[in-house]
Design a protein around this ligand. Structure first.
Ligand code: DX5
Ligand code: ZN
Length: 217
């Protein structure tokens, strides 16, 4: 089995001390960071854009996994790549045809991910899987950190893992914690986004090590 990758979601970090927060999770052993881009349109919440990605890029060399919860992602792909996004994921619910976008992400040198919300069936992404470097199964409806994990998504994780080649990783995002991460790993997930399970705990390193341990299958 591959070593599980825990991706701290910076959504819940202290943005007044962004550099310190990035360094803290990096020193705690994070091997990639997850950045949530919300536009107040595809999802009800608004977060941040290029400026913050660039700021994170300047203080770490860790891969940045940029999760686009925006309508019209096609307008912005080159700028996200230029900002330092090594991985970019787009929602199947946000586009008519994800294929040209996934191809564009790859051609610009980043890894391409496709995301599906809890109510969206695997059949919706199936035609595009060969254009994906990873697939993100949301385990909450996107928009906010700190929501409750949706267990019904685990069967979709299992389904995706069974249909994808081994080099295409399955990622989970939303409510992933010490209570839920083992079930995700058991279902076949290899990338685990964790917001509150890191940033709402007093000791990031201890939390990360524990999550890593629980995700080992
Ligand atoms: C939710 C975001 C997540 C969120 C995860 O819309 O996509 O990345 O920050 O936070 P937790 O782990 O607290 O659910
Ligand atoms: Zn996310």
């Amino acid at each position: 089995a591959t070593r599980p990758v825990i991706l701290p979601s910076m959504l819940l970090c202290d943005f007044g001390n962004l550099e310190r927060e990035v360094r803290a999770v990096e020193e705690a052993g994070a091997r990639a960071l997850h950045l949530d881009i919300m536009d107040g349109h595809f999802v009800p919440n608004i977060t941040y854009g290029f400026t913050i990605i660039e700021a994170v890029r300047r203080v770490t060399e860790l891969p940045l996994d940029v999760h686009l919860m925006i309508t019209n992602p096609e307008k912005y792909i080159p700028q996200f790549v230029e900002s330092g996004a090594g991985l970019i994921s787009i929602h199947i619910e946000a586009v008519e045809d994800p294929r040209p976008l996934l191809e564009q992400i790859r051609s610009l040198g980043s890894a391409a991910g496709l995301v599906l919300n809890p109510p969206t069936p695997v059949s919706a992404v199936e035609p595009y899987l060969e254009a994906c470097d990873y697939v993100l199964a949301m385990t909450v409806m996107p928009g906010y950190g700190g929501q409750k994990f949706d267990e019904s998504v685990l069967s979709k994780v299992r389904e995706l893992r069974a249909m994808l080649p081994p080099e295409v990783l399955v990622e989970v995002d939303g409510g992933v914690s010490a209570e839920t991460i083992a079930a995700c790993a058991e279902a076949g997930a290899e990338m685990f986004v964790t917001g509150s399970a890191i940033f709402r705990t007093p000791d990031y390193a201890a939390s990360l090590v524990e999550l890593q341990r629980l995700a080992q299958v």
